[in-house]
Ligand binder design. Structure first.
Ligand SMILES: Cc1ncc(COP(=O)(O)O)c(C=O)c1O
Length: 382
């Protein structure tokens, strides 16, 4: 249908997904049980990590990562501003202080030089955000973290299916956090995961998502014991077996979905190659880009945005730089001028629809509309 609304992202649910969830509904375990364990195992294998620990959403996963990393009051963590607020909030939850370091102008990924310039004797970790699905420069960030004895945490909420120098996102940092929100590379409705190669981190993550208790309900059922101890303060951040069934069913389709996202991105790039006012972000040569988002920079962004929305194209803006949010300005004293590259980009960025089910006809409709709107609001006489 020509005038159907096209969102910027949308989940893909198959009959097999539905059956997998229904099967769990008929089983004795609804919350964290055998399907969660199976999902974690398959996920770890797919991203080539030793351990995967599921969480109730990506924000909880990030909180688990900052907790496992031992972030606490007085600690500083380097975070880029071009991200969803949750990346920095996860530092605040632990009582730490996010320190914003600017991004590279062509990729909007954390700039390793800017990150290094913000390191102090209080810095404990770097949160690398794989913005739009493109992995950060993990070669440079790993070297930087090692040089300063910092932990490297990946906010990989956009980048499942991506890779850096052939190694999958999820295996590139000390702790990597994923989100399974419906617009993300795969979904469990709400859900998240942390991957790590460190068994002590994995154990801490499991305890943290279960109130800080040293055994879970299923382990106690298996051993016939009622006894448990709470050894630290945790939360109820558990994923359910219902959600894990959906995740387990979705996971094997991620590579084919990533390939389709890359095709969509390649077609947009082709359409905009002769449009100097429409500037897609750059993909680094070592990156396998998961294209959670397809972001372009355009002049007169607000007018272009309104024109596309009027044409039922669900463009979006990712993101308001986190240091500009009122809460951060009030609590941390951040503001304009702190990260000029992110602030300049914010005035121009637009996320175009990209998801596996986007059709070839829809891609052309989006590209036509964008080219026309940019021409209209930038003085073209065509
Ligand atoms: C970069 C980034 N980090 C963290 C999150 C939080 O994930 P969730 O919505 O699953 O809590 C999101 C998703 O909204 C995100 O885009």
């Amino acid at each position: 249908m020509k005038d159907e609304f096209i969102p910027y992202g949308r989940q893909a649910i198959s009959e097999a997904d539905i059956e997998a969830v229904v099967e769990v509904l008929r089983s004795p375990w609804l919350t964290t049980g055998p399907t969660v364990a199976a999902f974690e195992q398959d996920f770890a294998r797919q991203v080539e990590a030793e351990h995967a620990v599921s969480f109730s959403n990506g924000t909880a996963a990030l909180h688990g990562a900052t907790h496992a990393a031992g972030i606490g009051p007085g600690d500083e963590v380097i975070v880029p501003p071009m991200t969803f607020a949750a990346s920095a909030n996860a530092v605040l939850y632990q009582g730490g202080t996010p320190v914003f370091a600017d991004v590279c102008p062509e990729t909007l990924l954390l700039d390793p030089h800017q990150a290094e310039a913000r390191i102090s004797e209080r810095t404990r970790a770097i949160i690398a955000v794989d913005y739009a699905g493109q992995p950060c420069d993990y070669s440079a960030l790993r070297a930087l973290a090692d040089r300063h004895q910092l932990l490297l945490i990946a906010d990989a909420c956009h980048s499942l299916g991506g890779s850096w120098q052939g190694r999958p996102c999820g295996s590139l940092a000390d702790l990597s956090a994923f989100s399974f929100h419906p617009v993300k590379p795969m979904t469990t409705a709400e859900g998240g995961m942390v991957t790590t190669d460190n068994p002590a981190f994995a154990e801490r993550l499991r305890r943290f998502r279960n109130h800080g208790i040293d055994s879970d309900h299923r382990q106690r059922a298996a051993s016939g014991s009622w006894y448990y101890q709470m050894t630290e303060l945790g939360y109820n951040y558990r994923l359910s077996d219902l959600q894990a069934a959906l995740g387990l069913s979705q996971l094997p389709r991620v590579p084919e979905w990533t390939a389709r996202r890359q095709q969509v991105a390649a077609r947009y790039a082709e359409r905009f190659a002769d449009q100097p006012l429409i500037r897609p972000l750059r993909t680094q040569p070592s990156a396998g880009h998961a294209f959670h988002l397809f972001v372009v920079r355009v002049p007169q962004r607000d007018q272009v945005f309104a024109a596309l929305r009027e044409n039922k194209i669900g463009v979006n803006v990712h993101y308001t730089p986190v240091h500009l949010h009122p809460y951060y300005r009030e609590q941390l004293g951040t503001g304009p001028g702190d990260c000029p590259v992110a602030e300049a980009a914010y005035a121009e960025i637009l996320s175009l629809p990209i998801f596996p089910g986007l059709t070839d006809v829809q891609i052309e409709r989006v590209a036509d509309c964008l080219i026309e709107a940019v021409a209209t609001f930038n003085g073209a006489t065509a």
